[in-house]
Design a protein around this ligand. Structure first.
Ligand code: FE
Length: 209
């Protein structure tokens, strides 16, 4: 990973301290309740998060017809899942899936800010908001992908999708080889948040000993 992506080592600790101070102040002023922050955290731990995206992909891998519906009409395909209610709410109104295929790799960025499909991926990580990532992702996607550990052949076309408030993209990564016998739950474990944004491939299957 290039130094351009480096962050202050203390960043998490400093952010956490700021958040605690702000939360205490907002509670003291009566703006939020004492359990408001916990309720939001719990939402992103159990309702909206990358575990939903991973289930969509695992199902798409096992069911080509579902995969086609996911590409053609993403909200309708998502509505087929038994996801929690309210999945089409904040930051999830206009989601669109795009699938990797032989010779084509997809990468999602938001050049303007940090638009991200919250219901199926949760909150965006630091690197996704990084101005350098956002600029270089468009100008030299192959170099950026290499830094993330994704080496593509020269013949592979890279398609970069710019998420916005109008469309929030996510990637259906390729199904790794040798996963024909895996259960849906085992497939879910191979789908990382990074693979859903195109900065990684899905994990390889663990070979049985
Ligand atoms: Fe944005």
């Amino acid at each position: 990973m290039s130094d351009l992506f480096a962050y202050d080592r203390e960043r998490e600790k400093k952010s956490a301290a700021k958040v605690r101070a702000l939360e205490a102040l907002l509670i003291e002023k009566g703006v939020i309740g004492s359990d408001s922050v916990d309720a939001v955290l719990s939402h992103f731990e159990s309702v909206a998060g990358p575990f939903n995206g991973a289930r969509l992909v695992a199902r798409a891998w096992r069911d080509p017809a579902f995969k086609q519906r996911l590409i053609d009409d993403t909200p309708a395909a998502i509505a087929e899942m038994d996801f929690p209610q309210g999945m089409d709410g904040a930051e999830g109104e206009h989601m669109k899936a795009v699938a990797n295929e032989p010779g084509v790799h997809n990468l999602v960025i938001c050049t303007l800010c940090s638009c991200y499909p919250w219901p199926i991926l949760g909150l965006p990580p630091y690197w996704y908001k990084d101005p350098v990532f956002r600029a270089r992702g468009v100008r030299e996607p192959r170099a950026v992908l290499r830094e993330f550990g994704v080496s593509l052949s020269d013949e592979t076309q890279v398609r970069v999708w710019d998420s916005s408030a109008q469309i929030r993209w996510f990637v259906v990564p390729d199904r790794p080889a040798g996963t024909e016998d895996l259960t849906e739950d085992e497939l879910v474990a191979l789908v990382t948040p990074e693979s859903l944004m195109g900065v990684a491939l899905a994990r390889s299957a663990q070979r049985p000993a």
